[in-house]
Design a protein around this ligand. Sequence first.
Ligand code: CA
Ligand code: CA
Ligand code: CA
Ligand code: CA
Length: 291
Amino acid sequence: MRLKNTVHSEQKRFVKNPQFFIIIFLVLVIQVWGTQPADAIKGAVEDGLVAYWSFNKDTVKIKTEAADVLSGLVAEVHGDPELAPASDCKVGECVLLDGDVDRFLVEDSDPPKIDRDWDEITLECWVYINALDDSWNRIISLDDMPANSAVVSLYYDDDDNQHGFFVKVGAQATQAAKDNVLEDIPIEEWLHLVGTYDGSTVHYYVNGKQEKKYAVKGGKIPKGGLFLGIGDRSDGCNCDTIQGYIDEFRIYDRVLSPAEIQKNMDATGLDVSPSADHLSTTWGHIKARRR
Ligand SMILES: [Ca+2]
Ligand SMILES: [Ca+2]
Ligand SMILES: [Ca+2]
Ligand SMILES: [Ca+2]
């Protein structure tokens, strides 16, 4: 009985106490103020960011080029990729490659952002593979093909049932048979892929989870003939193409931490990004940022 009375009187005091309602009201007000609009941009990590292809419609002229929203590098279109609607993509629009010729080749700047020494590097993107075929399918590839002395590539290999982050620097390279994930890359689902290399250690993450960590003690990726390809080797052999969607590709000149990779999985753009809605204005903005 005593317990019941105590509870009852506590309840009465609670209800009669106006401070209680004021506190609840203030909590609600703070929550409403703190809520971001649904389309607010969640910024990706910008420290060390070299280039970022969102493949959103305001950055793509699908017959000719796709612009890097950070610094205005341009990826030249080869083949007949499609600009896919946001409903098919991960963040805004993206590009769809059909496995036959389709690829993008990045035009370097002066001074170069691509053909330079890379003491550290991170490649990151979303990918949705529609179908497997052949071997050595390169989602992203920074390489000096056809010399093949320096390669950094997010790739998969249907013939050998593998996927991973391949790094080759001089005589040192990923040992695919033990360093890759030894199963086919999952198809028909969005995958967030990240590869990092710091001159001695490689990390490969899938959907934010570290799948592989191993040594490649090759030192920096040295400048000299480096090109950046999206959807095939940089020299466009049409032998390492992919069938699927690529979205939100970012390249960094340092190793991202696991926490930063988590942040980027949620990212929808940059904190400071081109705000224009219209193609012409955006292209003007991008050109203005170009040197
Ligand atoms: Ca996008
Ligand atoms: Ca094609
Ligand atoms: Ca296979
Ligand atoms: Ca191939």
